[in-house]
Design a protein around this ligand. Structure first.
Ligand code: SPV
Ligand code: MN
Length: 629
């Protein structure tokens, strides 16, 4: 035997499962699994070899153990999370920081020893009477510089099933890499569950990230964003790795925008959860590479990007046949889909805003449900949770981009940042250069909290690059890394800012839900030098004539001068107030924000003040000069 951990594993495992672990020559891996067994005391251990049989077994077990149940359509299943477990939980998700070390104030953190003691205490004996599943997976395409091996030990076959749909299988890769596999590890237990197989001890929910050992602990939760280690848990570790190695890990979709003559141009986009990210990546006629996490590397001066994931864990609320035909199709035809926290009635799934009549009873995240049912606080329980989701593999989608598995990634021509800003930024604009775009749109991204995280909705906040919760390095360093990344590129992607949530004086949205397609087509024209732009204090905005043509072509909509002026009026006072909030945030909350950030912000403030002096507080876009293509 090559190491003492193997001896321990030998004693606790049957021949088949032991042989699968022994075949991977990696002592740190064996130590992690041996520790997980010692700590959680499962009845048995099952290792997935990633054979078709094993992949199918995971799904079957999720149903046999009733963590999932079949729906009428072949391949569709439903999983429920607890009432208090319907989203990422910021309060109990913490970075474990060794003594003498600190992270940015904006990050939820605690002393490492104390945190380890607490979470390991909660995991003690947590898998008694259960099977511990061991999964080997990979982030990024296989056989690629982007690829990161990951292992997850969990007592949830639902989590294991979700891994099948959302990530690349990695057992063979671990075998190939052996001792060289520098992996991230997650240990998860659902903790105590009720008769519906739902975690019940939500007061003891903890998600602790130990970046000193690249390990994540998650307990008393099932919601995939808290338990599928490769999602936001690994992203936190990846950001540190990328910082060490000189690349970027981003909370971004990747899409191919299709243009004249069969041209395809790749864009990435960062939006906080529930702010239009997936629906942008899924625009009809375009192709999707990913909808949540993208890695960027500078290769020969070009910005190459790959999807960390291979599936979508998407919000189902407001998915309608008309607005989201591609997702609708996948959610209605046979094929593997895990629905979570929707309403089930007679074996069929229903969700909020699906655009069809919905039943008045069924089963949902609260158990048996009928219209008018109230929760313990007396609030009416909706038919499905707002953060109800679906999990599907990207290759099940008709619009999946063929480059998804390209080990080199795709070359990016543009990046967009979008928040939920009711008052200030215009619906679509382009940065004057890389630094301006990164700072004025990315590092200035303001939004309102949504149902995707547990807590109050509609609270305004800065969520820089829409990734703030996951930035496990000082926030200032993260912004600096983004600015510096541009220096490694000869062909820098253009940076755009979008705002799908601008409102008029009466509080009405100034744009329709499908208008985003026009902005994306305009960006495509810009990166190919096919459209002029108007130079405003906050960025380069579209010319009216281009939008008029695009609205007709893309949406068959008449676009008027009044629409244009309303949407693209520069609201100086609101923009100045925004600059103040952003600057205050970076001075006070972000440690070591780079000086170049403050220069870009003050440049923008000066331009706004000069324009205000000349034209007043609300300036029609027609007052500003047009620039060449
Ligand atoms: C998000 O909320 O940003 C998601 C879903 O992508 S999850 O992080 O898994 O909760
Ligand atoms: Mn996300």
């Amino acid at each position: 035997m090559s190491n003492p951990h193997l001896e321990k594993l030998r004693a606790k495992m049957d021949d088949r499962n032991y042989a699968l672990l022994e075949a991977i020559d990696n002592e740190r891996l064996h130590a992690f699994i041996a520790d997980a067994i010692d700590l959680c005391e499962p009845e048995s251990v099952w290792v997935s070899s990633d054979s078709d049989e094993d992949v199918a077994y995971t799904r079957e077990m999720a149903m046999k153990l009733q963590e999932e149940r079949p729906l009428n359509t072949e391949g569709h299943t439903i999983h429920f999370d607890g009432m208090e477990d319907q989203g990422r939980d910021r309060e109990v998700t913490k970075y474990l920081v060794p003594k003498g070390d600190t992270l940015s104030k904006a990050l939820n953190q605690m002393d490492r020893d104390e945190g380890l003691g607490e979470v390991r205490g909660l995991l003690q004996g947590a898998m008694k009477g259960r099977i511990m599943v061991v999964r080997f997976m990979a982030l990024g395409p296989n056989n690629s510089d982007f690829s990161i091996p990951c292992v997850e030990c969990t007592d949830s076959f639902y989590v294991s099933h979700a891994l099948n749909l959302l990530y690349r299988l990695g057992y063979e890769e671990f075998k190939r890499l052996g001792a060289k596999a520098d992996f991230f590890a997650t240990l998860h237990s659902s903790g105590k569950v009720d008769e519906r197989m739902v975690s019940v001890e939500s007061d003891k929910k903890r998600i602790y990230i130990d970046h000193t050992t690249d390990k994540v602990y998650s307990v008393n939760t099932q919601y995939a964003g808290n338990t599928v280690g490769l999602k936001k848990l690994a992203l936190r570790l990846t950001i540190r790795k990328a910082d060490r190695e000189g690349w970027l890990a981003e909370h971004m979709f990747l899409m191919g925008v299709h243009g004249a003559g069969g041209r395809k141009t790749y864009f990435a986009g960062a939006f906080p959860s529930a702010c239009g990210k997936t629906s942008t990546a899924m625009l009809p006629g375009e192709t999707i590479v990913g909808d949540d996490i993208a890695y960027f590397r500078a290769v020969d001066g070009r910005c190459m990007a790959a999807n960390a994931e291979a599936g979508i864990f998407g919000i189902i609320q407001n998915v309608t046949e008309q607005d989201d035909p591609l997702i609708w199709d996948v959610l209605h035809k046979p094929g593997e889909v895990i629905f979570s926290n929707i309403l089930v009635n007679d074996g069929n799934p229903y969700w909020l805003g699906m655009g069809v009549e919905t039943p008045d009873e069924g089963e949902n995240f609260s158990g048996e449900w009928h219209k008018g049912k109230k929760d313990a606080q007396g609030n009416e329980i909706p038919l499905a949770h707002k953060n109800a989701r679906y999990a599907v593999a990207l290759h099940a989608l008709a619009n999946c981009d063929p480059e998804l598995e390209n080990p080199d990634g795709v070359e990016l021509a543009g990046i967009m940042y979008g928040g939920r800003d009711a008052h200030a930024y215009v619906p679509c604009q382009q940065g004057f250069d890389w630094d301006h775009g990164i700072v004025a749109y990315g590092a200035s991204l303001e939004t309102e909290t949504t149902f995707a995280t547990i807590g109050k909705e509609g609270v305004p906040e800065i969520n820089l690059m829409s990734i703030q919760d996951f930035v496990a390095i000082p926030l200032g360093k993260y912004v600096e890394n983004n600015i510096d990344f541009g220096k490694k590129l000869d062909k820098k992607p253009s940076v755009f800012g979008v705002n799908y949530f601008l409102r008029d004086k009466e509080g009405k949205f100034v744009n329709g839900i499908r208008d985003k397609h026009v902005w994306v087509k305009w960006m495509d024209m810009r990166v190919h030098g096919e459209a002029s732009a108007v130079r405003t204090p906050t960025g380069l905005i579209p010319c009216f004539e281009d939008l008029k043509r695009l609205f007709k072509e893309v949406l068959d909509k008449e676009y008027t001068k009044e629409d244009y002026v309303e949407q693209f009026t520069i609201r100086v006072k609101e923009n100045l107030a925004k600059m103040d909030r952003v600057e205050k945030f970076h001075r006070e909350t972000v440690a070591n924000a780079p000086e170049s950030l403050f220069q870009v912000l003050s440049g923008q403030r000066e331009r706004l003040l000069a324009a205000q002096k000349e034209f007043g507080d609300y300036i029609s876009p027609e007052k500003f000069p047009v620039e060449d293509k």
